[in-house]
Each structure stands twice: as C-alpha cells, then as structure tokens.
Design a protein around this ligand. Structure first.
Ligand SMILES: [Zn+2]
Length: 263
C-alpha cells in the first residue's frame, strides 16, 4: 500500500474528506448503485490527500500476506484494544474495527499460496493476484459500521494499515464502563439467545444503529470474547458470532488477555 498522505488525529478524520467518502457510497435511501455514483476528480483528490480514499490496489498473495504479517508485528496489542474501547462512547466506528482484524491476522502465520477449487488461498482466503481492488468501499464500511468484512484479506490489510497510522486512542472511564455494561448484558443473556437477540439488547449499553451493533457482536466473536461452545451452530447472517448462544456467555480469559485485569 502507499504511504498514508496524512494521519487522522484523535478527533477523527477530516470532516470534508469523510463526507466525500460517505456521499460516494451512501444516501438517505441506502447504497448508491455503482452506475449512479458521482465523484468529481477534485473531491477524489481531496479525500485521497486526507487519507480517506485510495488508488485501486493491485497486489499478489505473497505480498499481501507479508505486509499483513509486518503490520501485525508492528502494532502493539494495547493500541488495538485501546482503539476498540475508545470507539464505544465516541462512536468512532473506524476505531472499533481494527481489534478484530488484529486478532484474526495474528492467528495466521507466514504461509505460501495453496489454492482451492475456487482459486482462493486455503489459509487466508486471498486470491493469487488481486487486481484494481476498490479500497474506498472497504474504508466506507469501516467508518460507517466498524467494518463488515472482518477476515477478508483485503479488508484486514486496509484495517491494519489504518490502525497502524492512527494516533493512539485513550479510552475514558465512560468507555470502560460501557464495556462492562456490554459484558453484563452478555452474561445476563437467556441460554438460547442468538447473536441477533444480543445485538438488540446491546442498545441498552451504547448509542448505536442495528448494523453497528451487529458488527460489534461480530467483533466480540472474532476476538474470542464471545466463544461459541458448539461451532457447528449457525445464525442468520452472522459470520463470526453465528454459533454463539446466550448460555456461552463471554470468555473471561479473552477479556483479560485483550483488555487487562478489570477493576
Ligand atoms: Zn494465503
């Protein structure tokens, strides 16, 4: 990836650049069709200058895997955890995303490309060669909902690149209290509660839209806080959290590993 044009500060990205990114993909009616998207060259350049939009990316599997590995090793785990916590009351969804990518990428070691029948790597899911990939839509999803493709190799690369260059975040007492409230709600789940039910109940913990909460539940599962006891179960559209049920509660081990000892 290209070096970042400008880091986003603690207060978040440049508002105009963020608006350009959002207005390219989203309207009050939802997604804007590819054919109907309007983006002037001047606006694109502005958003790129402020690190919110990117040139299309062409990258091979090995370079993608190597760069992802380099990013994981360069980022302090506490930076990823702090960013996640700091997202809870600030509603900086971009800060929320990286922890899941960090944990997922940490689990995959260096490896060579071994393709499956559909032409993706059996280890990481990347193509042998990615051509002209659109990182803008991934960055939009990251800022809008906290990411929706955790585990997708290109998303992981973008998410970790952004986490690496983001100023370290400092969680507040309110952030930590909100996280405790989330864990309480998880622990108070009825045994057969699904991830969708948990997502609805999390509305009591933090200001959020339904898609934001669904992603939050996915992130909690991707990092191991929600650890399904029976991975064979599924639930609707949830990828990482699909097998979780209320009876599983949350993993104190994962919480301690990621966020340190609790007060
Ligand atoms: Zn791979």
């Amino acid at each position: 990836m290209q070096p970042p044009p400008a880091p986003s500060g603690p207060s978040g990205p440049d508002p105009r650049a963020k608006k350009i990114l959002f207005d390219t993909f989203w309207s009050s009616k939802g997604w804007i069709d590819r054919d109907a998207r309007q983006l002037s060259e001047a606006d694109r350049e502005y958003a790129k200058r402020h690190g919110m939009m990117f040139d299309p990316l062409t990258i091979g599997h090995d370079a993608l895997a190597t760069e992802t590995r380099r990013l994981v090793e360069s980022i302090e785990p506490t930076k990823a955890s702090a960013a996640f916590l700091a997202s809870l009351t600030s509603r900086r969804l971009d800060l929320r995303s990286g922890l899941a990518s960090y944990v997922l990428a940490s689990a995959a070691g260096p490896h060579d490309y071994v393709g499956n029948a559909s032409g993706t790597c059996v280890t990481c899911g990347a193509l042998r060669e990615h051509r002209d990939e659109d990182l803008d839509v991934l960055n939009f999803e990251r800022h809008k909902w906290g990411g929706v493709r955790h585990g997708d190799p290109l998303y992981t690369l973008l998410d970790l690149s952004e986490l690496a260059r983001t100023e370290p975040a400092t969680p507040t007492d309110d952030d930590r209290a909100t996280f405790e409230k989330i864990l309480e709600l998880v622990a108070d789940s009825a045994p057969k509660d699904t991830p969708g039910k948990l997502s609805r109940r999390l509305a009591d913990a933090l200001p959020s839209s339904k898609p934001e909460r669904d992603v939050l539940v996915e992130i909690l599962a991707a990092v191991g806080v929600l650890a399904p006891s029976d991975p064979s179960r599924g639930s609707g559209e949830f990828v990482h959290a699909g097998a979780w049920r209320g009876a599983d509660g949350y993993s104190r081990t994962a919480v301690a590993r990621l966020f340190g000892p609790r007060a």
